[in-house]
Design a protein around this ligand. Structure first.
Ligand code: NDP
Length: 296
């Protein structure tokens, strides 16, 4: 039997996808609207190819339209910007995702800021960052939105809880902080220059690890009963010669003994990220067509 402390991201994502599928069916039957997600992949990065394939598969499985644009690794910035501009103008496209990382020589933020903010389903456009920070209706970055959804699913109201986020990237740490602040947590963001990280972590009722360092957060850094969200995806050598395995940023085996709830790696944050992308596409399609947003 699975440990009840485990927050099963796979199962929560499945529930989310069922809701999204139902909402898409209503949009089709009542509004003749099929949400469309365009994914742009530049180059041959193997991990990116897997992500893009999964995203396309799940988009179609939920009843939405998936458009894939694959460009060679030597694509120049202008060609990419022109493609994004044409997708901005295409009414069948409600969400645009440019798969990161982009090859060297292309300025990522400049490309992202070309996306129409209302179609920016990754939520990385500077306008959406500003909307999120000020409490306006934003497209919210998928990974932190997935983390928040799992926390609310397990804990309900988060008001007053002490949240510590380790990591301050624009795609995870900072938007996670904005979301937890909006959910009335008391928020601390820690990073590589923070002093006494173990002591900071021990204060947390909610601990989010988004660092990219295998098992850095130790069991004795965790406050007994805390909810721990492990965003990290790190590939390390496995016991079997030549093989690798995935671990998070949290030393899971020790942490689960202390925590009240914890996400596993894999099977925690990862599946939620794609579910939130599908959610954002539905929300974007509704906003662009002045249709009330379904409760997802
Ligand atoms: P970044 O590399 O952009 O940011 C890492 C953050 O960790 C930085 O803020 C850095 O601090 C901080 N950090 C690094 N070393 C330490 C340390 N020793 N002590 C404290 N803080 C430290 O990573 P991302 O935010 O993009 O991703 C983080 C992890 O999450 C990665 O493993 C990534 O693969 C994973 N990820 C998983 C996703 C999913 O869907 N599950 C989606 C996105 C990311 P500083 O700013 O001072 O340098």
């Amino acid at each position: 039997m699975t440990d009840p402390k485990i927050i099963d991201g796979k199962a929560i994502a499945e529930t989310q996808r069922a809701r999204i599928t139902a909402a898409v069916a209503v949009l089709k039957s009542e509004h003749d609207l099929t949400p469309g997600l365009a994914v742009v992949l530049v180059g041959e990065d193997p991990a990116s190819q897997i992500y893009v394939r999964n995203k396309a598969k799940q988009t179609v499985a939920c009843g939405m339209q998936s458009m894939e644009h694959r460009l060679p690794a030597d694509t120049d910035q202008k060609t990419l910007v022109d493609l994004v501009t044409s997708l901005n103008e295409d009414p069948a496209v409600h969400g645009i995702l440019v798969q990161l990382p982009l090859p060297d020589g292309i300025e990522e933020q400049a490309v992202i800021d070309t996306i129409d903010p209302d179609k920016d389903v990754d939520g990385f456009h500077v306008i959406n960052t500003g909307r999120l920070a000020t409490g306006a209706a934003a497209m919210v970055p998928c990974t932190p939105l997935g983390c928040l959804t799992m926390l609310q699913d397990r804990l309900g109201d988060l008001s007053g809880l002490e949240a510590v986020i380790v990591g301050r990237s624009n795609i995870v740490g900072k938007p996670m902080a904005a979301l937890l602040l909006a959910a009335n947590c008391t928020v601390t963001i820690a990073h590589s220059r923070s002093r006494d990280l173990p002591a900071l972590c021990r204060r947390a009722d909610i601990l989010v690890a988004a660092v990219g360092r295998p098992e850095m957060i130790r069991g004795d850094w965790i406050k007994p009963g805390a909810a721990v969200i492990d965003v990290g995806i790190n590939r390390v050598p496995a016991a079997e010669e030549g093989k690798t395995r995935l671990v998070g940023d949290v030393a899971f085996a020790k942490a689960i003994a202390v925590a009240g709830a914890i996400t596993p790696v894999p099977g925690g944050v990862g599946p939620m990220t794609i579910a939130m992308l599908l959610r954002n596409t539905v929300i974007a399609a509704c906003r662009q067509n002045a249709i009330p947003e379904p409760d997802l």
